[in-house]
Design a protein around this ligand. Structure first.
Ligand code: SF4
Length: 241
């Protein structure tokens, strides 16, 4: 595990707020030059989405409710993807991020096979955009070519730019100023991003909520993404009865 630095980036996802609109998915796609997925690519199970919104049904007809679970790279402290990479293309940095170095990746896909969250994606094709969309590509983010593994970076380009500007201007990084595209686009503030090393940050406060849990916690991966359980009105009623 890498030595910790001033910041430890993390995210809290409040499942009670998610309405499954997928604005986060589109924002991530636009910000990070994620390849466009055609129906054919989906059918081949080779679609690339750095964040996906899983949908579950609860109850029996006609009292069925949809539940949503946004899943992205969990930026695990004990990431199973890291030790299996033969060329150190994926490693843990000092700010709690699981980093992917594209120009080191040789495409063995060991990391993808070892990730229990299925959040790593392999470029089976060189990505193509229609001419009308070429100008929408983000110049701050590289376009990954065929044979490269990719995944969520918590919009590292935004982290670098915002921290660099704050340092240059000699000011402290204000909590909430720095947001990945998904968190910025979410209309219900389901996703809260921030510094887990700052005890006063919103993300640190939310992480202490009694509804907190981590995905597949028993595996011991120790993710930096923390989920808050959906409030179950029935269970709450019973508790207060
Ligand atoms: S944008 Fe927010 S509310 Fe919509 S699916 Fe994503 S996390 Fe859920």
């Amino acid at each position: 595990m890498a030595q910790q630095s001033e910041h430890k980036w993390g995210m809290v996802i409040d499942l009670d707020k998610c309405i499954g609109c997928q604005a986060c998915v589109i924002a991530c796609q636009a910000e990070n030059n994620v390849p466009l997925n055609t129906e054919e690519i989906f059918n081949q199970k080779r679609a690339i989405e750095w964040i996906r919104v899983e949908r579950y049904w609860e109850g029996e007809f006609p009292n069925v409710k949809a539940r949503f679970l946004p899943v992205l790279c969990q930026h695990c402290e004990n990431a199973p993807c890291e030790p299996v990479c033969p060329v150190y293309a994926t490693y843990h940095n000092q700010e709690g991020l699981n980093v992917q170095v594209y120009n080191r990746c040789v495409g063995t896909r060991y990391c993808q096979n070892n990730c229990p969250y299925h959040v790593r994606f392999f470029n089976y094709w060189t990505p193509q955009w229609p001419e009308s969309l070429r100008n929408q590509l983000n110049p701050d983010v590289t376009v990954r070519s065929r044979g490269i593994m990719e995944k969520c970076t918590f919009c590292i380009q935004r982290i670098r730019r915002t921290t660099r500007n704050a340092k240059r201007e000699g000011r402290k990084l204000e909590d909430g100023l720095l947001q990945p595209a998904c968190a910025q686009a979410c209309p219900t503030s389901t996703l809260t991003f921030g510094d887990l090393n700052d005890p006063d940050s919103k993300v640190s406060q939310l992480a202490k909520n009694s509804r907190n849990y981590k995905l597949l916690e028993k595996l011991g991966t120790d993710p930096n993404v923390i989920y808050l359980k959906k409030v179950d009105p029935k269970a709450a009623e019973e508790l207060h009865a």
